[in-house]
Design a protein around this ligand. Structure first.
Ligand SMILES: NC(=O)c1ccc[n+]([C@@H]2O[C@H](COP(=O)([O-])OP(=O)(O)OC[C@H]3O[C@@H](n4cnc5c(N)ncnc54)[C@H](OP(=O)(O)O)[C@@H]3O)[C@@H](O)[C@H]2O)c1
Length: 327
């Protein structure tokens, strides 16, 4: 497939960043945008050069001249929007967290398989060249056996109880917003489900997790100690410790251009600028998979996305966080 025609569903904050990333990608074409508001769709289309703007998600999903739709509304609407696109035969790249629960994620995956359409979670970090390098270092045995991983991702959002980050009606809280990054990173490093999970957190005034820490334990005794939050400024660093060395993915690990391998006194640095802003690598993977006729990515298989959600379900259960729409 020489050209891949992208549609954007819900043109909010991250959608602007995503389409900016697309601009650096040969063959990627922004074809259409769909919003609940036609004015918002038109404004986005004008700003980013999309030829068509729709005032409903249904019209976007029905556009035969769109190959793949990027779903970027708040988490609790991902399932409905994604299934709408899939049922209309459109491939989907759905923002993280893929869904609010593993049960929702499974329904989305089932819809993709039933309709034989490509689907992938937009866990963009995993596709960055530095994170691909991290995986190769581990596969090549350069740090020996992985025994411990430590990752934190938290920031202090402004106090806006109605915002997507703090509003329980929009599946707010740190775990689903940024905890998904550290949990998905643990899956990328260990390639396994944990056998045990222990979590603690603080549920704030609005009823969502403002911060949380959790330990994942694996069948060989290795551990991942992870933390996240939306009201605490944390370092966004991942450290992976093995029997023969360790890997450091520096601050802003989620969009890093750099990773460092330490073996004794030796230090090997991977550093490579992004083609665009970092969001293009996941889109590149979508294009590659679709041009090869694949229905999912081997780098981020759908079953793994569901398993990550299952682990987030477990953590959320331990935090005692149930969203109003789940009661
Ligand atoms: N990959 C990343 O780096 C990254 C970064 C930030 C966020 N995200 C993810 O992307 C998704 C959107 O985040 P965002 O910060 O871009 O959100 P946002 O700007 O607040 O909203 C995005 C769009 O969602 C729709 N929307 C907003 N509030 C809504 C509501 N109350 N009910 C129904 N629809 C609503 C709107 O689309 P319409 O125009 O159609 O109304 C809006 O334009 C989240 O799942 C988030 O986790 C990913």
């Amino acid at each position: 497939m020489e050209e891949l025609r992208w549609g954007v569903l819900a043109p909010g904050k991250i959608a602007h960043t995503f389409v900016t990333g697309l601009q650096g990608l040969p063959g990627a074409k922004l074809a259409a945008v769909g919003s609940r508001s036609l004015d918002r769709a038109k404004e986005f289309a004008l700003q980013h050069g999309a030829p068509r703007a729709y005032g409903s998600y249904e019209d976007l999903a029905r556009d035969e001249e769109v190959d793949v739709i990027y779903v970027s509304n708040p988490h609790n609407y991902h399932k409905e929007a994604t299934i709408l696109c899939l049922e209309n035969g459109r491939a989907v790249l759905c923002e993280k967290p893929f869904a609010v629960s593993a049960a929702e994620a499974q329904q989305m995956v089932d819809a993709a398989r039933r309709n034989k359409v490509f689907l992938m979670e937009a866990m963009w970090t995993r596709f960055l060249p530095a994170w691909q390098q991290v995986r190769s270092w581990i596969d090549d045995g350069l740090i020996g056996d992985v025994r411990l991983m430590n990752a934190t991702f938290g920031f202090r959002s402004g106090w806006d109880p109605g915002s997507r980050l703090l509003n329980p009606d929009l599946a707010g809280g740190g775990l689903l917003d940024v905890g998904v990054y550290v949990t998905s990173a643990a899956y990328w490093v260990t390639r396994r489900d944990p056998v045990d999970v222990v979590s603690e957190g603080h549920i704030g005034e609005t009823g969502v997790d403002e911060q949380a820490a959790f330990i994942l334990k694996y069948d060989d005794g290795s551990l991942a100690t992870l933390a996240c939050g939306v009201r605490t400024s944390m370092q966004h660093v991942v450290l992976i410790y093995g029997t023969d060395g360790w890997i450091e993915v520096p601050h802003m690990f989620w969009n890093t251009t750099r990773a460092v391998l330490h073996r004794g006194e030796e230090e090997i640095v991977f550093a490579e600028p992004h083609i665009s802003n970092g969001y293009e690598y996941q889109a590149k993977e979508v294009a590659r998979c679709m041009s090869e006729g694949r229905l999912e990515s081997a780098i981020l298989p759908l079953d793994e996305t569901v398993r990550v959600m299952k682990t987030l379900d477990t953590i959320r259960g331990q935090l005692g966080l149930v969203y109003p729409f789940e009661e």
